[in-house]
Design a protein around this ligand. Structure first.
Ligand code: SF4
Length: 319
């Protein structure tokens, strides 16, 4: 809906407009996979026009493609991101959409998709996909199985996702992934996988788990304050890992107890704010994708003084 606002196709009042156009290929067939958090999953009863908190309203493809070109030229938008679900003609439909966009515009295109074979990665690169993202979503193989793998009756496996990223990174210089924080992982689980992916040239974007009515619910044993502390800790740790600032982090019972940097570095990082902004492909800010106004975990623009004060509280640095 925010994308339609940024494209001038709907009147949408926004505090911060999206800087990327988020496009979901719409189908009334539910996805053949069954990721427990997803509104599109085969076992979900949720409204098909939602992904996380985002509303994806069906709209005329040609109108969207025309406006994308204009919005990119006028610098309202820096990128477009395409997502699809797994259904019979997903490949043909995805290729069609990418080609239509590329015919009109040079806007950078991200594609978020399940693991594919090398031939398909090469085809995607050839027709103009700039950034490929394979969402791992869960932080450990056990959680993966439970949330989107074997236990759900879906077709995905942790091993094929990891292998898919390796194959894709041989074709696209750098591959991305999404991790959903709040599915039952510890600080240590999340931080270890971010570090290991980063060593393999995979850039991790963080999402926070959001329950959507009608999806298959995922129980959490964390209090709200603990969930927020966990999210902020993982954001800060991710930033320090990606910028190679840490000399090694320490954990106790899965909880991070030492970032491996001086306290000054942590304070400077909070002051800078970038660690707590939306992470992912360049130009992606996903405003309000996971959050409500009462708690923003991924800031779609530089956090201000009030936000920085709240981040310190979230991290337990002040009361
Ligand atoms: S990081 Fe943003 S632009 Fe990149 S695939 Fe994820 S949602 Fe799309």
């Amino acid at each position: 809906m925010g994308t339609l606002g940024a494209l001038g196709l709907e009147l949408v009042q926004m505090d911060t407009p999206p800087t990327t156009a988020y496009l979901q290929i719409y189908t009334e067939k539910r996805c053949k996979a069954n990721c427990q958090f997803c509104a599109q999953a085969s076992g979900s009863f949720a409204d098909l026009t939602h992904i996380a908190r985002g509303m994806y309203v069906p709209f005329d493809l040609e109108a969207v493609v025309r406006r994308l070109k204009m919005a990119y030229e006028r610098e309202y938008l820096a990128r477009t991101c395409i997502q699809t679900v797994l259904y019979d003609t997903w490949w043909e439909d995805t290729i069609y959409l990418i080609k239509r966009i590329r015919k009109e515009s040079q806007i950078p295109i991200s594609l978020s998709v399940f693991p594919l074979n090398t031939g398909k990665y090469e085809d995607l690169k050839k027709i103009g996909v700039n950034d490929l993202v394979i969402p791992l979503d869960a932080c450990t193989p056990e959680l993966f199985d439970k949330i989107k793998g074997k236990a759900t009756g879906g077709p995905y496996s942790w091993e094929r996702h990891i292998e898919g990223m390796k194959l894709a990174s041989a074709i696209f210089e750098k591959v991305g992934t999404h991790l959903i924080i709040g599915l039952g992982e510890s600080d240590e689980d999340a931080i270890r996988i971010i570090s290991s992916l980063s060593n393999n040239n995979v850039n991790t974007a963080l999402f926070s788990y959001t329950y959507i009515p009608g999806t298959q619910s995922i129980a959490s044993d964390k209090t709200e304050n603990e969930s927020v502390r966990h999210y902020r800790t993982v954001q800060l740790a991710r930033h320090l890992i990606l910028r190679k600032l840490t000399s090694g982090m320490m954990f106790k019972d899965g909880v991070l107890i030492d970032y491996g940097v001086d306290a000054d570095v942590i304070l400077q990082t909070i002051e800078d704010g970038n660690a707590f902004q939306t992470s992912g492909c360049p130009g992606c800010n996903r405003p309000m994708a996971n959050e409500t106004f009462s708690k923003i975990l991924n800031y779609p623009k530089k956090p201000g003084d009030i936000e920085k004060h709240n981040i310190k509280k979230d991290l337990g640095l002040i009361v």
